[in-house]
Design a protein around this ligand. Sequence first.
Ligand code: ATP
Ligand code: MG
Length: 562
Amino acid sequence: MSTKSGHFIKTAIDKDLASGARQCVVTRFPPEPNGYLHIGHAKSICLNFGLAEEYASQVPAHCNLRFDDTNPEKEEQSYVDSIKADIQWLGFQWQEPVHFASDYFDHLYDFALQLIDKGLAYVCSLSPEQSREYRGTLTEPGTNSPFREREISENRELFERMRAGEFAEGEHVLRAKIDMASPNMNMRDPILYRIRYAEHHQTGDQWCIYPMYDFTHGLSDAIEGVTHSLCTLEFEDHRPLYNWLIDNVSAPGTPQQIEFARLNLNYTITSKRKLKQLVDAGTVTGWDDPRLPTLAAMRRRGYTPASIRQFCESVGISKAGSVVDVGMLEHAVREDLDRNAPRAMCVLDPVRLVLSNFSQEEPEILSLPNHPKDESLGHRDVPLTREIYIDRADFAELAPPKWKRLAPEHPVRLRGAYVITLERFEKDSAGNIDTIYCRYDPDTLGKNPEGYKAKGVIHWVSATHSVPAEVRLYDRLFKVESPDADKGVDFTEHLNPDSLTIRAQARAEQSLQHAAAESKFQFEREGYFCIDRYDSSAEHLVFNRVVSLRDGWAKVQKGGGK
Ligand code: ATP
Ligand code: MG
């Protein structure tokens, strides 16, 4: 189904292979283990792993997974574990072993010494505030640090003492000696190393100086033999530094950085920092709360790997940043589940209905197809009994215009069963419908005899042969298209208070009771649902709504507007 399309990065790789500049393709996916992966990362994963898979038929090609773990205070082993699980769930496999930038700390330290020895790095002892002042602004050049001309031997000694733990945090940093007047702020003697007395999830307390991200990232690419280092556009201004570092140390490789536009989705936050804020504040139940755009949450909600990959493919790769309609993502999962998810019936807001002329004690077993178009999904038995449940919303005491559900003078068909006609109904003391009485016509199974005016079809379950279920209906987490666009307003102000509605009294077909965790179904007339992988059990079924049936995106595509 996915149509592999061409894009400018492939063009660049093709050119490198054709000219002989490269004989292999090595990409990498380089997360910082400081949160869970989200849908934006999926784009980068599909690109990096996808290219390696694609080129492997022509030349040696692989994709590394490397954790850029230079910030121990914000990182955790649990994030490392979740990132690995999410990549595999998406259907990709890295070249073993998993890499960590921290594997290269010795190597990076040597590169730093090389720069010092060449007079290209110095230990700077300005305070953080002073450094900011010396840095200049976008319109004014910076000023040279008074420590810029330190002797090489002094720099070396101080840097070695930094490593030995002789100084306090913030007392010294190691900086590259490039150009304080550069219009590119990243080239104004950027910091390469800082002192941090922090325990690291991989290296423990072995180090008290940690390399900065920019220093680490490109040189780690070079150490790994990465040929094409693909990153998002905000790193374009870092490319001169990326190249400067590789040019000035004895780097074992010459990776080429190529930037592409990051994925932005409307109604969605794709910043790990902000997602973490929601998790820490308890606004959502955790990193895998099905309302979040993390891959763990999307998996739990019922998104399929194929639908996410298809979505990333259809978004495409370009240099132009844009905001993608979240409807496009929903469209991808709807298409996948429409094709592959078996049908079932579940009544979310049940009201009792008695078939007054259904006199047999035993249920009548109906055999219903699991899929309207795909015979291979087989049939299931659905018991019809004298008492059934229908959805409260499918009955009206007085039919409004164009009503196609049950009401006086409005017979309907029970899905897969008979046409029923209203006799009467009873209300409880609060004035709500308590029980509806209907007659069913035994001649209408699978056919509509002359003169029948059943305009609609409604879903139902047996009252005595169904199982209770909790159904969680998810809506968008934010009410506005760009929750973090407004600088004056905190993004949490835009949270949708109705992002979760729980139907605790739902009733599902008996056949669902022992369905496996994460199974997905189309509940007739309701949408696509997934068995919650954590909270559901045979005694207490819990379904998450993946997506509703209505497809706004398909309409947009057909030019019908939303
Ligand atoms: P965040 O801003 O959410 O913290 P990040 O970019 O800092 O994200 P990393 O762990 O550094 O997160 O990301 C790993 C890789 O995923 C990087 O190469 C990054 O460019 C890419 N990536 C992150 N967000 C997106 C996005 N929205 N679209 C495409 N690629 C992304
Ligand atoms: Mg990053």
